[in-house]
Ligand binder design. Structure first.
Ligand SMILES: Nc1ncnc2c1ncn2[C@@H]1O[C@H](COP(=O)(O)OP(=O)(O)OP(=O)(O)O)[C@@H](O)[C@H]1O
Ligand code: NI
Length: 317
């Protein structure tokens, strides 16, 4: 069963400087109980995809396409209905989420407020649900009476994960859940996400710029470049038989793609301009294998059975 089905999703942002084309004909789906990774360098549009699904950051946004969540079309639903879905049916761990907790409100209250927004539950039951959920992420429930600043960054991250899964949503979207944490903590958070999915029988979209860190828990992976899905496959296919030159470079660099792609060794060059509608392959300048056809026309798109958006895709091993 498909929990999330995104088709032909195109997002533009209008700014004073012009119209930025951020997502281009994105197709992505997540099955029940599946953990799906979305990988790409900084600025490729990963958070925009998450926030468009959740209808956040929509002020100057134009969107086209379809987003179906358990069969319900989200692209044109009311704000009211979206508020109901967010938190109860779709959990969100936002990027930089260790700073997303309200610093002035104690943890317990932040949890009970979320419960109260969506359900009617007696106080004792709310307390028990909060304690049980915090225990799942290895936070001592006796500390619910504390403020966020009394926890470490890694602990706050785990508290945000607990908050996102509090009401057992059918889908959790975790945007860069391990960034800014040290390697050991990263590894623990990744394992924790997998446990959450198994225990809560949920599905998950995990966003990261670091293919190596999250591939361990993903069933399938989408690779995003310049607002397009350039490759999709099982984790096995992506890690061991990558087809797109970009995926191959991501794997061979073994360097996470942090904020400045230009400085990253192994993948030199800049991402494509978001102001232009390109009629050629957008990875062209950074590709070692580019030829005449890549300049002449755009590669096939990752839709349906097409796994790789490269003119030479299937031939590349
Ligand atoms: N409201 C907006 N108006 C204009 N441009 C925007 C808006 N929101 C996002 N963008 C632009 O969209 C592009 C993609 O941003 P996004 O946050 O989706 O990237 P990302 O892949 O999540 O990057 P990172 O790994 O750094 O988090 C960026 O160039 C960003 O500046
Ligand atoms: Ni992001």
């Amino acid at each position: 069963m498909t929990v999330l089905d995104v088709q032909g999703l195109t997002v533009d942002f209008s700014t004073k400087g012009g119209k930025h084309h951020i997502l281009k004909n994105v197709a992505l789906n997540i099955g029940k109980g599946e953990i799906v990774g979305l990988i790409g360098e900084s600025g490729s549009g990963k958070s925009t995809l998450a926030m468009t699904i959740l209808d956040i950051n929509s002020k100057n946004r134009e969107m086209y396409g379809n987003i179906r969540f358990r069969g319900e079309e989200l692209s044109n639903i009311s704000k009211e209905r979206m508020r109901k879905l967010r938190g109860k049916h779709i959990g969100f761990v936002p990027q930089s989420s260790m700073n997303a907790l309200n610093p002035l409100i104690k943890i317990e209250k932040q949890f009970t407020e979320t419960i109260k927004t969506h359900t009617e539950m007696p106080a004792q039951q709310m307390f028990e649900l909060t304690s049980k959920t915090l225990e799942m992420v290895a936070i001592d429930p006796s500390r619910t009476n504390s403020f966020p600043y009394e926890f470490s960054g890694g602990q706050r991250q785990r508290i945000m994960i607990a908050l996102s899964m509090l009401l057992s949503p059918e889908l959790i979207i975790a945007d860069e859940p391990t960034t800014a944490l040290d390697a050991t903590v990263q590894s623990r958070i990744i394992d924790l996400l997998k446990e959450v999915v198994e225990q809560k029988h949920t599905s998950m979209l995990v966003i990261s710029h670091d293919l190596h860190t999250i591939s361990r828990i993903c069933d399938r992976i989408y690779i995003m470049y310049g607002g397009r899905i350039v490759e999709v496959g099982s984790t096995e296919q992506i890690i061991h038989h990558p087809k797109h030159p970009y995926t191959q470079k991501l794997l061979s660099s073994r360097i996470p793609l942090m904020a400045e792609p230009v400085k990253v060794k192994g993948i030199s060059g800049k991402p494509p301009s978001t102001l232009i509608k390109h009629s050629r392959c957008e990875f062209l300048e950074r590709c070692d294998r580019a030829s005449v056809i890549c300049e002449a026309k755009r590669p096939p798109e990752c839709i349906g059975n097409v796994r790789v958006a490269c003119h030479f895709g299937e031939g590349h091993e």
